[in-house]
Design a protein around this ligand. Structure first.
Ligand code: CDT
Length: 311
């Protein structure tokens, strides 16, 4: 019995500071309806999808920072998205900024959730690889202050059973690190959802600018192939508050091939029918971890080189 999941990557064009969450959710609902009409089982939204990506500028006022966060999920403004998803019987992945008081203290995370076709949250992930820096850099054309505004995620890289398979999540910068995929791969993940906000320009390393799309695809294609999993990468794209962000949302097969990609830097759906069994032959041959990974040898090499650093 084939396990085919129709997936819609819902790329979003820019969301400006003056745009309300309600307006963003309205755009997201329009994409959700279009996705449903195209037969999608699940729709995937970008990182921090409800607002402009505020780590791109310095904010000193705590209350203003908090205004970019959701205190609960569904929040008042995102509830219409949950309601419409439940009505349409479509699942979704949503990136948002989370205020958490579970420990008694206020904590801020860059978070994503996975919601099933009944509108229930079945998985939550908090971003682990936070790029950028803590202190304002006044001369820069824009900032990268995730380390200032977020704590490192404390939920690990987990996989969940859902949509007839094994689903995983990561967020933006996580996609550049092989261990993000491998920890999910070790849980037999079959599809990874991830959203991103990636500037086209790198103020402190401009030599990287021309490689933005190449590195975006290289990371996701390698992660997909080496772990025999689908990867759905979804951008917030276009010029947002003066920051040009790459688009290039893609759906990558477990073969490492890109099967669908965005053509614009605006709101756009990228849809593919994904056979969740496509990775099986790789998981049973080239990437049969139990048979071929040499964990003891990796440890030995780390111990040896750790004891005597190369000079
Ligand atoms: N949001 C996020 O994690 N963005 C980072 C920018 C780093 S600049 C290469 C990213 O990895 O895309």
């Amino acid at each position: 019995m084939p396990r085919v999941l129709t997936v819609a990557a819902a790329q979003l064009g820019p969301i400006q500071r003056s745009d309300s969450r309600a307006a963003a959710v309205e755009r997201m609902i329009a994409l959700m309806r279009e996705a449903k009409a195209m037969g999608a089982d699940v729709i995937v939204y970008p990182e921090a999808a409800l607002t402009a990506f505020f780590p791109h500028w310095f904010i000193s006022d705590d209350r203003e920072i908090d205004s970019y966060f959701e205190r609960e999920m569904p929040s008042t403004d995102s509830k219409p998205l949950f309601d419409e998803a439940r009505r349409l019987k479509i699942g979704f992945h949503l990136g948002y900024c989370e205020l958490d008081y579970a420990t008694g203290a206020k904590r801020r995370f860059n978070t994503a959730i996975l919601v099933d076709k009944q509108g229930e949250i079945i998985g939550k992930y908090r971003k682990i690889h936070l790029p950028g820096y803590v202190e304002n850099r006044p001369g820069a054309p824009f900032q990268n202050l995730e380390k200032r505004y977020f704590e490192v995620g404390d939920l690990g890289f987990r996989a969940w059973r859902g949509f007839g398979g094994v689903m995983g999540m990561m967020i933006c910068n996580d996609r550049r690190w092989p261990e993000s995929y491998r920890v999910l791969g070790l849980q037999d993940v079959e599809m990874i959802f991830l959203g991103y906000n990636t500037p086209a320009h790198h103020p402190f390393t401009p030599e990287h600018d021309r490689l933005g799309h190449f590195h975006n695809e290289l990371s996701m294609q390698a992660g997909a192939y080496q772990n025999a999993t689908w990867v759905v990468g979804v951008a917030k794209a276009g010029v947002e508050e003066g920051v040009d962000q790459i688009g290039g949302s893609v759906i990558v097969a477990p073969t490492g091939e890109i099967v669908a990609r965005a053509l614009t830097n605006a709101d756009e759906l990228v849809v593919a029918r994904c056979d969740l069994d496509l990775g099986r032959s790789y998981k049973e041959s080239t990437f049969n971890f139990a048979k071929h990974r040499r964990v003891e040898h990796y440890k030995m090499i780390v111990e040896r080189t750790g004891a005597i650093p190369p000079n």
